[in-house]
Every structure is written in structure tokens, then in C-alpha cells.
Ligand binder design. Structure first.
Ligand SMILES: Nc1ncnc2c1ncn2[C@@H]1O[C@H](COP(=O)(O)OP(=O)(O)OP(=O)(O)O)[C@@H](O)[C@H]1O
Ligand SMILES: [Mg+2]
Length: 580
């Protein structure tokens, strides 16, 4: 049963790999052809060398020089072909790996947010960086000793004619060797699987340490962090040692058995000579053939190892390309010219344990400006996560222009909605490249207009390279407020009809915040705008304000009315007034 599963897994993996490899199949076939030539020339050299020795013993000096010249030509040709083949092989490997990696990036971007939350960044980095190479290398071993295998097979066949008891001897000992290697392979495979999972965690941790360097320094947490890293590295090392130990134990067994078989070969040979089933000269021939039969066996062992490794890596790669991680749905209705009606109907939602939203109901009309307030953790960002389809609605329904978000294609949903998150990510590109990410075709004038509205234009003009200024990974060379303003400009450039601001101006001073606020309120009246804010002053001018408390909506009304009837809102507002 397991064998059948193994086989179909290999078949499936090879089929999936072929999808990528076939795009470069011309190169691959050329490489196979060249390696065939190299092997052929390698076979020719010993023949000429023999000729050389003969000429030497016959004293034919001119002949000797001629043969030596031939050997030189063959050697040089072989080196030229070999070097070119390796060069083409590089192209083949890199092109194919890049193709697989690009597909992996594409598919990683489709994985559901909830699924990404469960994994570490290492899960994806390791698979994209390392496992892809192993897939492509599967052909290397196969190709490189191709002719050797054929000629060694010839040797094995010759043994049948020389002495079939000896042939059986070779077959039986080979089977025993193969069996030991098979056991080793299966054991190491399981250990490798575990090891690679751990290595993912290690890579994830390393990437977190590097990204968190500032916080680690400021917390004075170097020691604690080093301890944690060391513990993880040791865990991974332990797994590697287990793998090596398994291999070593099996190899020890394998080598010793091989030595015993060598001894048995002599005993068996002597026995066959004694009973006149083998001549001494044939025994000498078989003795020299023995090594070639062992090579053949080694080749198949190596092939099986490579295939196992290939299977492990391919499965890990295809988990991303295929169905190993839950993907966002691709189908759905395309929505166009969104008016901006948003409705929550009896929505309850949980990230895993406990409802974060509890029976939430509200409706927002096109063009309205709506504020969301409530204590930290009350579920405000979660509401935005559902509107943008980052997480799937589980209970109840969220409707955009009357269509259930679960039925809308996510591509068109996100094209029509902008979300400026609490911690926007600014990429290590120039400011301009960050700005046009969501809309490549935006004109210069519109880009500048968006930057003005987001109060960042003047600041950009102060940079030496203006829009071409590089901002570092995660936008490190920008201040918190500058990052927020670039993110706002980026969303305005996207020019969608629904815009969600999640604490998007929290890092700004009051004056800049007010200016942006005015710009946001002053946007076209056909844009529906939702604003999450802790500072109530930023939402008091909204058409209505949704007050959340522990995942429940406790009131929805304009500021003045809430002040009169909603004690929770009054409390929040009073507190803010007092602290002014
Ligand atoms: N990805 C997630 N996985 C699991 N739990 C989450 C996740 N995101 C948020 N939560 C939890 O859901 C609850 C609501 O979070 P949410 O981000 O909606 O709060 P919020 O009102 O936006 O708070 P804040 O004002 O602090 O941003 C919190 O208790 C939080 O711990
Ligand atoms: Mg939030």
C-alpha cells in the first residue's frame, strides 16, 4: 500500500516538475546529448591508451607519437564539451528554478491570511530558496553517469556467460546491499522531513531577529534573544546529528557486509574452481569485473537517494503550488463601478478561539463618512479584515452593494476597496515605486495631487532624490508619520470608491492630522469612507459613528446624538477632552 502511494507520489511530483522543466527542454536534451558525447570520449581514451602501450612495447615510435596526439585531441575535445555542457546546465538550472520560484511567489500571495498566520516566514523562505534547487538537480546524477551504467550492465550480462553460479552470487549479494540501503533511505527520509520543518522555524527566527534588531537592542534583550536562538539552532543541529548517525550506522553495516561479500566471493570462486565449474583465468576476469558491478549498484543507490530527496523537496514545493495550504478562492462575481453600500448582517467571527465579533449589524450608504470607535481589541480592525476579504466571513453576511463578499472575486473586491492599515508596509523601493504599486498607470499630476492631500508632497520635495528616494526595508528611513502619509497617498492613487482608514493618522501631530482629515472629508462625495480612530476628534464630523465594545455594536449615531445617549461614547469623549 505504502509502495503504491510512494510511487504515485513520485509520479505526480515528476509530472509537476516536468511542467517547469519542459519549458527548458531543448537545453535539457542538448545537455543529455553532450553528456553522452563526453561519456563516449571517456570510453575511447582507455582504448587509445591500450594502443599506446602496445606501440611502446612494439617499439613503433612514430605510431606512439600519433596515438599520443590522438589522445590529446580527444582529451581536449572532452574538456571543451564538458565545460560547455556545465555552462548550459547552469542556464537550465537557474532558468527552471526561477520559473518555479516565480510560480511559488504567485501562489504564496494567494494563500489565505489565516493560513499565513499559522506558519512562520521560514516556511516559505526555505521552500522557495532551497527546495526548488533540489527539484531541478534530479536530472544531474541521472545524466552524469549514463554511459557508465550501460557499459556496467554489459559487464553484468557478460558474467552470465562466464559463470552463472557467480552471476547468482552477484545478484543475491546486490539484493542484500540494496535492501540495507532501502532501509536507510526510508529512515533518513522521515528524519529529513522533520529536520526541514525545524529548519523552517530556524530561518523564521533568524529573519525575526534581524527585523527586530532595534527592539532587541532597546529592550536590552540581546542575551535572552541569543539564548532563544541558540536553543533553536541546537534543536536543528540535534536533528542533523540524528540523520548523520543513522546514515553512518547503515553505511558501517553496508561497508562491512561488502567486505564480507568480497571474502565470500573468493571462497565461492575457489570452490567453483575446485569443482571445475570455473577456470582460473575467468576467475581473474570476474575479480576485475566485481568493481564495475559494485559501481552499478552504487549508481542505483545514488539514484534512489536523489529520487527520495527530490520527492521530499517536490512535495514541499508543490504544497505551496497545489493544495497544501488553503488558498483564497479565485472565482466569484466581478464587481464594477462600486457604489459603496456596505452592510453587515448578523456577523459573528472568530480567529480560532472565542468570538471576536458578536452578531454585528450595520449599514453604510454610498458616500457616507463613518467612524468606528471602541477600546483596543474590541474588533474594529476585524471588521475591516472582513470587508476586504482578508479573512472569510464565517457566520452571517457582509454585503457590498448587496452582493455577499464571499461571492465576489477577491481581485475585483480589492480593486474597489483601499485599506490603509494600522502598520502599513513600505517596501525597499523608491518612494515613487511605492506610490505606484497599486496603479502603475497613474499620471504624474494625480500622483502629486494624492501626495498633497496626504500632506507628504512638501516633505518628499525636501529629499535629495525627491520621488526617487530609496526608503530602506519596511521604510526604515522614514519617520512613523511619513510612512503613514506615504501609505495614505498610495491608497489615494489607487482611487477606489471605498476607502478604509485604520488608525491611518495615529502617528501624526494634530495640525497635520487635521489637514489630512480635511482632505479625506473633501474627497469626492461618491467615495464611501470608513475611519477607525482612537482620537475621537478625527471622527466627530462623520455622518455616523459606530461604537464597539467587546465585539458588539452598542450604538450607531452621529457625534451629537451619541454624546447624549451613549454612556460609553460619552466616557471616551470626556476622557479625551480632559486630557487636552
Ligand atoms: N490574526 C489574528 N489571529 C488571532 N487573533 C487575532 C488576530 N487579529 C486580531 N486578533 C484578536 O481579535 C481581537 C480583536 O482584534 P482587532 O484587531 O479587531 O481589535 P481592534 O479593535 O482593531 O484593536 P486596536 O484598537 O488595538 O487596533 C483581539 O482580541 C485580538 O487579539
Ligand atoms: Mg486595530
Amino acid at each position: 500500500m505504502k509502495k503504491k502511494k510512494d510511487f504515485s507520489e513520485t509520479k505526480n511530483n515528476l509530472k509537476m516538475s516536468w511542467k517547469f522543466i519542459k519549458n527548458n527542454k531543448k537545453k535539457l536534451f542538448f545537455i543529455v546529448f553532450l553528456s553522452f558525447l563526453v561519456s563516449l570520449l571517456s570510453v575511447a581514451i582507455p582504448i587509445f591508451t591500450a594502443k599506446l602501450l602496445l606501440s611502446l612495447s612494439d617499439g613503433l615510435l612514430m605510431e606512439l607519437v600519433k596515438v599520443a596526439g590522438f589522445i590529446l585531441i580527444i582529451e581536449v575535445s572532452r574538456n571543451i564539451i564538458n565545460t560547455s555542457m556545465r555552462h548550459i546546465y547552469d542556464y537550465y538550472v537557474l532558468d527552471t528554478v526561477t520559473e518555479i520560484q516565480m510560480e511559488m511567489f504567485k501562489e504564496t500571495l494567494k494563500i489565505r491570511t489565516s493560513e499565513i498566520d499559522k506558519n512562520t516566514s521560514g516556511t516559505f523562505i526555505e521552500r522557495i530558496n532551497n527546495d526548488t534547487n533540489e527539484i531541478v538537480n534530479v536530472f544531474d546524477v541521472t545524466i552524469s553517469s549514463f554511459l557508465d551504467v550501460i557499459s556496467n550492465f554489459g559487464v553484468l550480462i557478460a558474467v552470465i556467460f562466464i559463470s552463472y553460479p557467480m552471476f547468482f552470487f552477484f545478484v543475491i549479494t546486490s539484493f542484500i546491499n540494496a535492501f540495507i540501503n532501502h532501509k536507510r533511505r526510508n529512515k533518513v527520509f522521515e528524519q529529513q522531513k522533520k529536520y526541514r520543518k525545524m529548519r523552517e522555524k530556524k530561518t523564521g527566527l533568524i529573519s525575526e531577529v534581524v527585523r527586530g534588531v532595534k527592539d532587541i537592542k532597546l529592550l536590552g534583550a540581546e542575551e535572552g534573544m541569543l539564548d532563544k536562538t541558540k536553543a533553536q539552532l541546537k534543536k536543528v543541529n540535534k536533528e542533523m546529528i540524528i540523520i548523520n548517525k543513522t546514515s553512518r550506522v547503515f553505511n558501517f553495516l553496508f561497508w562491512n557486509i561488502r567486505d564480507v561479500f568480497d571474502f565470500l566471493f573468493i571462497l565461492f570462486g575457489v570452490y567453483l574452481i575446485r569443482i571445475d565449474l570455473l577456470s582460473i583465468s575467468n576467475f581473474v576476469i570476474l575479480y576485475t569485473y566485481r568493481g564495475r558491478i559494485e559501481n552499478l549498484l552504487d549508481y542505483f543507490n545514488r539514484m534512489a537517494d536523489v529520487l527520495k530527496d527530490f520527492n521530499l523537496s517536490a512535495t514541499r514545493v508543490f504544497e505551496i503550488l497545489d493544495k497544501g495550504f488553503k488558498k483564497e478562492k479565485i472565482n466569484g462575481t466581478d464587481i464594477e463601478n462600486v457604489k459603496g453600500n456596505i452592510e453587515f448582517k448578523e456577523v459573528s467571527f472568530s480567529y480560532g478561539d472565542g468570538d471576536v465579533l458578536k452578531n454585528v449589524n450595520f449599514e453604510i450608504k454610498p458616500g457616507e463618512r463613518v467612524g468606528f470607535v471602541g477600546a483596543s481589541g474590541s474588533g474594529k480592525s476585524t471588521i475591516f479584515n472582513l470587508i476586504t476579504g482578508l479573512y472569510e466571513v464565517q457566520n452571517g453576511s457582509v454585503l457590498i452593494d448587496g452582493i455577499d463578499v464571499n461571492d465576489i472575486s477577491l481581485r475585483s473586491l480589492r480593486k474597489n476597496i483601499s485599506l490603509i492599515p494600522q502598520n502599513p508596509y513600505i517596501f525597499n523601493f523608491s518612494i515613487k515605486d511605492n506610490l505606484v504599486l497599486s496603479n502603475k498607470n497613474v499620471g504624474e499630476a494625480n500622483m502629486i495631487d494624492a501626495c498633497r492631500k496626504a500632506q507628504i508632497y512638501d516633505r518628499i520635495m525636501e529629499f535629495d532624490d525627491k520621488f526617487e528616494t530609496e526608503v530602506g526595508e519596511g521604510g526604515v528611513t522614514l519617520s512613523g508619520g511619513e510612512k503613514q502619509r506615504v501609505a495614505i497617498a498610495r491608497s489615494l492613487i489607487k482611487n477606489s470608491n471605498i476607502i478604509l482608514f485604520d488608525e491611518a493618522t495615529s502617528a501624526l501631530d494634530n495640525i497635520t492630522q487635521n489637514k489630512i482629515q480635511e482632505a479625506i472629508y473633501g474627497l469626492d462625495k461618491d467615495k464611501t469612507i470608513l475611519i477607525i480612530a482612537h482620537r475621537l476628534s478625527t471622527v466627530i464630523n462623520c455622518d455616523k459613528i459606530v461604537v464597539l465594545d467587546d465585539g458588539k455594536i452598542i450604538d450607531i449615531a452621529p457625534h451629537e446624538i451619541l454624546l447624549k445617549r451613549c454612556s460609553k461614547y460619552k466616557e471616551l469623549y470626556k476622557f479625551e477632552e480632559k486630557s487636552k
